[in-house]
Design a protein around this ligand. Structure first.
Ligand code: DP6
Length: 328
């Protein structure tokens, strides 16, 4: 009873920030994202009567918090309940990037664990059922189940809140050049951040305007209209961070290097030299969205910023899938 998954991180063009129901992770708004080709988690789960208790291990991670283990055990409990069995499990998980720095590690990690646990127990769930199950572990994990460009519809309750593909990965040749600026774990987790969103005086206005924004960005993806798409996604990132900054207590996820990159990207664009747009999740990492013909040029410029720890070029990628090579 063993299975292994490979599951991608995803980058949100329209952000999930604020939950309608924290327990079931039903969000306050729809969000739009893209699965990333080169940032992912691998995870092997084995259920076995030999195991006395659940054992969770991470490859190459210096710090593993108790709450992270507890979150994974909850995934195991959910799948055990669905399968009607009571066996303990061993879980080994490995990211090819640092967690909790603003690359969606909970998205790739927890969607991967959900898929591997289901397959190890021979649960046949896929599509929207799998996305809903992953959502219970982490909201963004629901968006790492489908392939390519994805919309997570908030729905009206936990049964109608799941993510679906809106365009396949090969629909549009754009890239996400990720600039990881720090290997330190962020101080305020996104789960905590979500719970503060409603304390911002601007959250209500944001939610009012979001429906129209989701509609327009989907149209720009459909038309492959890069400039309009980029302007919307950059403004959207700033808007999510405006909510963070004006929450009580205030959250500032950026580092000086984050701001340096934001300014450089805008100036390269304004000089008409290189068209890319930034977006940032809950951390200092900057995601630069460009067309694939510009990705190398962009990476060369970013390499000159010595504070950047790592640059990873991503294309639109596949969602979570089962693979044959187990980690143990
Ligand atoms: C900032 O999925 O990490 O990346 O549901 O509490 O696990 P939980 O939160 P999480 O939310 C992160 C949201 C974001 C924006 C986005 O990707 O939409």
């Amino acid at each position: 009873m063993k299975a292994t998954s490979k599951s991608p991180a995803n980058i949100a063009f329209i952000k999930y920030w604020g939950k309608a129901d924290p327990k079931t992770r039903v969000p306050q708004n729809n969000s739009i994202s893209m699965c990333l080709s080169d940032l992912y988690s691998l995870c092997t789960v084995e259920f076995n009567s030999k195991f006395k208790k659940d054992k969770i291990e991470f490859v190459n991670e210096r710090i593993v918090l108790n709450k992270e283990r507890e979150r994974i055990i909850k995934v195991l409990d959910r799948t055990r309940n669905l399968a009607g069995i009571d066996l303990r499990a061993k879980v080994l998980t490995q990211n090819n990037f640092p967690k909790a720095t603003g690359v969606a590690s909970s998205a790739s990690g927890l969607s991967g664990i959900t898929l591997a646990a289901c397959r190890a127990l021979d649960l046949k769930m896929k599509g929207k059922e799998l996305s809903k199950l992953a959502r219970l572990a982490s909201g963004t994990a629901s968006r790492s189940i489908p392939n390519g460009f994805v919309e997570w519809k908030k729905g009206t309750n936990e049964n109608s809140s799941y993510a679906k593909q809106i365009f396949p990965a090969d629909y549009w040749r754009i890239a996400d050049v990720v600039a990881i600026v720090s290997y330190k774990m962020k101080k305020v987790s996104s789960t905590e951040g979500h719970s503060l969103a409603n304390t911002s005086p601007f959250q209500k206005t944001r939610l009012k305007l979001l429906k129209a924004k989701v509609k327009s960005i989907k149209q720009t993806i459909k038309n492959r209209d890069f400039s309009t798409f980029g302007q919307i996604l950059e403004k959207e990132a700033l808007e999510m961070h405006a909510i963070c900054l004006t929450s009580t207590p205030s959250i500032l996820y950026w580092s000086p290097t984050t701001i340096d990159i934001m300014k450089k990207v805008q100036s390269w664009r304004n000089q008409g030299k290189l068209e890319s747009y930034f977006t940032i999740d809950a951390g200092p990492t900057v995601h630069l969205i460009c067309q694939q013909n510009d990705e190398k040029k962009l990476a060369v410029r970013l390499k000159k910023i010595k504070e950047i720890e790592k640059i990873v070029i991503n294309h639109p990628g596949s969602g979570a899938r089962e693979i044959n090579q187990h980690l143990f």
